[in-house]
Design a protein around this ligand. Structure first.
Ligand code: HEC
Length: 106
C-alpha cells in the first residue's frame, strides 16, 4: 500500500473513533430553542400534565427513549399542532429538550 494512503487510513481511524459527545453533533442551539418551547409547547404540556409541564419529559413511562425518538416526536408535535416550525426551530427544540431533560449522549 502507498505510504500516503496508509497514513490517511490511520488518521481516519484515529479521528473517527471515539465519536465526540452527542451534544456536539446536534445542529440546533438550546438557547434558541428555549423561547420557542415556551411560546409554542409549554402551555399545552402544562394544561395536560400540570405543574411546569416538564413531567411530560421526565415521567417514568415517557415515550421518548433516544435522540432519534426525540427528533421524531418534536416533528410529530409540530405537525399535530400546526405549529409551522421550520427545520432550524425543530433542531433548536431538540437541542433544548435534550440538554434540559433527556440528556442522550452524556
Ligand atoms: C396541543 C397540545 C400540545 C402541544 C401544543 C404540544 N404538545 Fe407535546 N405533547 C402533548 C401531549 C398530550 C403529549 C403526551 C403524548 C402521550 O403521552 O401520548 C406530548 C408529548 C410530547 C413529547 C414526548 C414526551 C415523552 O418523552 O413522553 C415531546 C418530546 C413533546 N410533546 C414535544 C413537544 C414540542 C417540542 C412542542 C412544541 C413544538 C409540543 N410538544 C407541543 C401535547 C402537546
Amino acid at each position: 500500500m502507498h505510504r500516503t494512503t496508509s497514513l490517511l487510513l490511520v488518521l481516519g481511524v484515529t479521528f473517527t473513533f471515539p465519536l465526540p459527545a452527542l451534544s456536539l453533533l446536534l445542529a440546533g442551539e438550546a438557547e434558541e430553542g428555549a423561547p420557542v418551547h415556551e411560546s409554542r409547547c409549554l402551555g399545552c404540556h402544562q394544561a395536560n400534565f400540570g405543574g411546569d409541564g416538564s413531567s411530560v419529559y421526565t415521567r417514568e413511562d415517557r415515550r421518548v427513549n433516544s435522540i432519534e425518538g426525540l427528533m421524531g416526536q418534536v416533528e410529530r408535535c409540530n405537525r399535530m399542532t400546526d405549529a409551522n416550525l421550520d427545520a432550524d426551530q425543530i433542531d433548536d427544540l431538540v437541542a433544548y429538550l435534550n440538554e434540559t431533560y433527556y440528556r442522550f449522549g452524556d
